[in-house]
Write a protein that binds this ligand. Structure first.
Ligand SMILES: Cc1cc2nc3c(=O)[nH]c(=O)nc-3n(C[C@H](O)[C@H](O)[C@H](O)COP(=O)(O)O)c2cc1C
Length: 157
């Protein structure tokens, strides 16, 4: 059984829907998930959980031209100065196709660059959600969860 920490920020609630769906699905496969909506915790508490977990996920929507969601910014700033060498990480990104192609779900490359820059290891492909997450709850999200849990189990995480 792996312990997964899922840190997320949301403005309109979409990322929370995805975070909860991922959490429920991964728990159904027998793993432990701690969900942290970032603004509800002190940064010290968040980093204490990061130390303890086997895999850290960060879920974030994309806002104007590659801006990160407001509540995540202090956390990501602190993270960029930390050493996460060897920490297993996965990114979940949300966005909408109506925005400039270059910035469509730009939260994924932004987070991945930040994480690899502090030495973290990206262990599984990101989950990308474009548009209303409710339309992905039946297929795309469960498929990704299944493949992610297969990876966890085969890798012995
Ligand atoms: C002001 C604004 C700017 C946005 N900019 C982008 C963007 O640059 N790229 C993108 O893919 N989606 C963009 N989006 C779409 C959001 O990322 C998307 O609606 C997401 O699901 C919102 O997540 P949340 O409800 O968790 O805050 C933008 C939405 C708003 C309201």
């Amino acid at each position: 059984m792996a312990s997964i920490l899922l840190i997320y920020g949301t403005t309109g609630g979409n990322t929370e829907i995805v975070a909860e769906a991922v959490s429920d699905g991964v728990e159904e496969r027998g793993h432990e998930v701690k969900l942290m909506r970032i603004e509800k915790y002190l940064l010290d508490e968040v980093f204490a959980e990061i130390e303890k977990c086997d895999v850290m996920m960060i879920a974030a929507p994309t806002y104007g031209h590659g801006e990160m969601q407001m509540d995540l910014k202090p956390f990501l700033k602190e993270l960029s100065g930390r050493d996460l060498k060897g920490k297993k990480c996965i990114v979940v990104g949300l966005g909408e196709a109506k925005y400039d192609d270059h910035y469509h779900i730009a939260s994924v490359p932004i987070l991945e660059e930040l994480l690899t820059g502090v030495g973290a290891e990206l262990v599984f492909r990101p989950l990308r959600i474009s548009g209303n997450p409710a339309t992905h709850l039946d297929r795309l999200i469960p498929l990704w969860i299944g493949q992610f849990c297969d990876f966890l189990e085969h890798s012995g995480t």
